[in-house]
Design a protein around this ligand. Structure first.
Ligand SMILES: [Zn+2]
Length: 246
């Protein structure tokens, strides 16, 4: 047991040295990063439609100040597309009072497995660790890789099982690829996300190969991670897709 705790402590230390979220800022026309502790989530706005990719932590105290910086009202958010159920991404699910009260929340159906504790979230040695939080907000589950439209915004979900069972990346308007916690970037190259936090890391590598094909097909040169910023080149973003980050 002590061995495992030591192992987790060491890896946590290493993890935090790699993680470097973006400051809250405009990235492109209509695309904004929001900083929330060690994570980013993203606002995309087109015409009068505003969506989020992930939602940051539950009851995040900094949320209103961060939204003020980009001059957007959280009440304008109509839809939230969650990459997976972890607390740094899907905080909106676990709130009693929703931070985004007008938003419909989308999540891949496979995440029910972790959310309702049918499958453990992660395994450390022989120890199975379940997801701990309870969803309090209504969820719209999807299970197809078919585009969802919010006004003129096209959101293509791409299932990337691995980090979690239903982890999903989103390609927005055929050009911005949000990779959540499937990839992590270090020194300008992409690696498979931290193995310690993954449900099935080999599966993640398989999913990343598929994701790379989508990125190439759409000539998508804006690849956005949840903890380590943006890479603007497909080859570099997927260079070490099957490698453990060290
Ligand atoms: Zn994360």
């Amino acid at each position: 047991m002590i061995d495992i705790i030591d192992k987790i402590k060491k890896i946590k230390k290493k993890t935090f040295s790699i993680i470097e979220p973006l400051k809250t800022q405009k990235l492109k026309n209509g695309l904004y990063a929001i900083e929330d502790k060690d994570s980013n989530y993203f606002v995309y706005r087109k015409g009068d439609k505003t969506i989020l990719i992930d939602s940051g932590y539950q009851d995040s105290l900094s949320r209103y100040d961060e939204f003020k910086k980009i001059d957007i009202n959280p009440d304008d958010v109509e839809a939230i597309f969650l990459t997976h159920i972890d607390s740094d991404h899907a905080g909106c699910l676990y709130e009693d009072e929703p931070s985004f009260k007008n938003a419909k929340i989308y999540l891949h159906e496979y995440e029910k497995e972790h959310l309702y504790k049918k499958s453990e979230r992660v395994r450390v040695g022989f120890i199975k660790i379940n997801h701990k939080l309870e969803a309090k907000q209504p969820i719209t589950f999807f299970n197809k890789e078919e585009a969802i439209m919010v006004g003129d915004i096209k959101i293509l979900p791409i299932l990337t099982s691995g980090h979690t069972l239903g982890h999903t990346c989103f390609l927005i308007d055929d050009k911005y690829l949000f990779v959540g916690d499937s990839l992590i970037f270090k020194d300008g190259y992409g690696y498979r996300f931290f193995d310690l936090l993954g449900y099935d890391n080999e599966e993640n590598s398989t999913s990343l190969l598929k994701l790379k094909m989508f990125a190439e097909l759409y000539k998508c040169n804006y690849i956005i991670s949840a903890h380590t910023g943006v890479i603007t080149n497909v080859e570099r973003a997927f260079k070490f897709y099957n490698k453990k980050i060290t």
